[in-house]
Design a protein around this ligand. Sequence first.
Ligand SMILES: C[S@@+](CC[C@H](N)C(=O)[O-])C[C@H]1O[C@@H](n2cnc3c(N)ncnc32)[C@H](O)[C@@H]1O
Length: 390
Amino acid sequence: MKLKDKYRVEIIDEDNIGNGISKIDNFVIFINNALKGEILDIEITKINKHYAVGKILNIVKKNNKRIEVVCKYYNSCGGCNFLHTTYENEIENKINYLEKLFQTKINYLNNSSNLNYRNKVTLHVDNGVLGYYNDKTHNLCEIDYCYLLNDKINDKIKEIKKYNLKDITEIMIRCISNKIMINITTNNENIDLKNIECDCLYINNKYVKGEKYLIDIIDNIKYSIYPNSFYQVNNEVMKFIYDKAKEYIESDDTLLDLYCGTGTIGIYLKDNFKHITGLEINTSSIENAKINLELNNINNIEYICDDAKNIKGKFDAIIVDPPRIGLSNQVIEYLNKSNSKKLVYISCNPNTLKRDINKLNNYNLEEISSSSMFPRTKHIECVCKLVRKE
Ligand SMILES: C[S@@+](CC[C@H](N)C(=O)[O-])C[C@H]1O[C@@H](n2cnc3c(N)ncnc32)[C@H](O)[C@@H]1O
C-alpha cells in the first residue's frame, strides 16, 4: 500500500472520534466521516506502522444514519467530528467507547440541544483573517458562522469581521445571560475594534469598558465570570453534571472542591455540607469565587489559590474536576492516603480518567454518568462516583 492508492472498501466499525474503520489485507484503515456498513471508494492519505488513513472519494452504498452536513467548514476547520451523522449515532459511539474503556454500564444523561450550545469561543486572527486553527493541519480556517456557538456570539463575529483586525492575534467572546464579553489580544491597544458594542470589553486582559464581569444565574445562585476565569461552556449540561455530582456526593460535614474554578460546584452544594474548601490555581477564578460568596451571602466556604499538588487536610468528601491532563501523582497519592469516604471525579478526558481511576487503588468505582457537554465534537464529559474501600 502506498499514498494516493485507491480502493473500494466496506466499513466494518466506527470509532469514538468520527472515523469509520475498514481493513485491507487485515491492515486497519481509518476513514474520516465514514459509517458502518457503507461501501466507499477511498484514497490513502497517510500510512503508519500500524494503520493507514483514507479519505472518501465516492459513496457507493450509504448508511441511513448519514445526514447532510450543515456546516461548510466541516472538512477544513477540524472542530466538529460528527456533523455527518445523526446525534443519536454520535451518542451511541461515545457510550460504546466508554463502556469498552471502563468495562461497565454508563448512565447517559440526555440533553436537548446539540447545536448552538457554546457560551464561549476563542478565535485566532492571522493577517487580519478571523477563524479557528485546525489542530491537525495547523491552518487557519476563516469562519463567519459556527454551528456550535450561541447565536449571539455568531452575530458578534459578523460585526467583528467588519473591523480591521490587522494587529490582533486572538479574540475571546463569551455570552452569559444574553450579555457579551470580549477580550482582545493585540500588539496595538489603540485598535478600531475597541469601539465595538458589547457589555464588557477587555484588551490584553485589561479592563476597558462596560461591566467588570458577567453574572450567570443557575437555580437562583449567582456566578460571576472574569474573562480569564474557567466557566463550563454548555450551561444546560453543566447543570446535569452538577446535579449528578450532588447526588453522588450526598451530604456530610466537610467537602473539598479541588480544581474549583470560580467555585461553582461547591457553591451549588453549599447546603449539603457544614464547611467547604475550594482550591484552584488560577487567580482570576479565585477572585470570582470570592465575589460569588458575597453575591450569594455564603459563609461556609473558603478558597485557597494554589496548585492542587499542595493540598493538605482531611475532608469527609472530595470532588475533583481537573483539566484534560487529569490528576498529578501527588494528588493521586493525597487521595489514596486521605480518609474521605466519598470521591466524585468529573472529567473531560476519559483516557486520563481511566488512568487515574486505575491508580486510585483505595477507591472502588461505583457508577459513571456521561452527558454531551460538547455535542458534535470528539470530546466527552463524565462524572464518576468512587467510594473508599472498607
Ligand atoms: C475543568 S475546570 C473545572 C472548574 C470548576 N470545577 C467548574 O466546574 O467550573 C479545571 C480547573 O482546574 C484548574 N487547574 C488547572 N491546573 C491546576 C492545578 N495544578 N491546581 C489547581 N487547579 C488547577 C483550572 O484553572 C480550571 O479552573
